[in-house]
Write a protein that binds this ligand. Structure first.
Ligand code: ZN
Length: 76
């Protein structure tokens, strides 16, 4: 299994998380052979963000930072 680790991209935030997936899926994703949702179908949207952030080196936004950046606008 591959362990993918990424740190929250918010400089003031110290959260880092890991996601595990198959080595094959991670290798293929790094080679950009397939989309993240195809290679990691079992991950949540937030976990996929983490995987993408780990690949491109930008990190990702943890759940609490994400909520701050994108306040819920579910109400119509
Ligand atoms: Zn954060």
């Amino acid at each position: 299994m591959a362990t993918v680790k990424a740190r929250c991209a918010t400089s003031s935030c110290d959260v880092s998380q890991t996601v595990t997936g198959s080595n094959t899926a991670w290798n293929r994703f790094q080679l950009r052979e397939e989309l993240v949702q195809v290679l990691f179908p079992d991950l949540s949207a937030a976990q996929r963000e983490l995987v993408m952030g780990a690949r491109n080196g930008y990190g990702y936004y943890c759940a609490s930072c994400w909520d701050k950046m994108f306040p819920s606008e579910d109400e119509e």
